[in-house]
Design a protein around this ligand. Sequence first.
Ligand code: FPP
Length: 245
Amino acid sequence: MERIEKTKLPQHIAIIMDGNGRWSKVNSVSRIEGHRKGAESVRDIVKTCREIGIRYLTLYAFSVENWLRPTKEVRALMGLLEKFLRSELREMEDSGIRLMTIGDIEALPEKVKKLLQKTIEKTSNNNGMVLNLALSYGGRDEIVGAVEKILEDIDAGKIGPADITKETFSDYLHTSDIPDPDLLIRTSGEYRISNFLLWQMAYTEFYFTGTLWPDFRRENLIEAIVDYQERERRFGRTSDQLSGD
Ligand code: FPP
């Protein structure tokens, strides 16, 4: 933690939590056990981000494509999410964490949906950190959904084509209340963005690590933040422009 420069913190960290399945193979346990261990990493990383002072943490917990997994595994993942929400509500309230979600929440089992709504409501006044869970989320679906909503608003006469800009388009995305991620972390040695925050990651710094998600803990996160802080973000400009030369 001492290695982190407090003045250059990423405001928003997004994470593709990958490698639970491979972790289970390496450790000769079931895939579900791998996810259970992954949920422990979730707890550790949420807590660490809060302590460091990260303002927004988005976790890719379940993609639209994940529905295609065996029913048993999907059910286990939903069960872990439910368990997480039940066990962490107190912690979220105590440490000022506000829960938000992105994705097609309507597609989730009724019980999980209700629990999410309750947690979102109960934590809505917290302002220490936003924990944003991407659930049944797909970046392309999100963009298509935004286009549909824009067309509806045009039809209803609320806006005209000239009102559509990069900024107003962002307002139609699920992340309308959340700044774009500064840092994306993907674990398990895969180099893809897998339909995650496609629009929002235009200028995001990417950090890839071979560490499998169940092994990704506090120290690994600190390593990623230190790496990020050593980079120079130019947003298309030259270094001289940024240093004011
Ligand atoms: C990727 O591992 C991980 C997931 C598909 C789901 C992530 C879920 C968790 C970390 C647990 C529950 C979440 C919360 C918020 C409590 P994989 O199965 O794709 O791994 P593999 O590529 O090695 O098979």
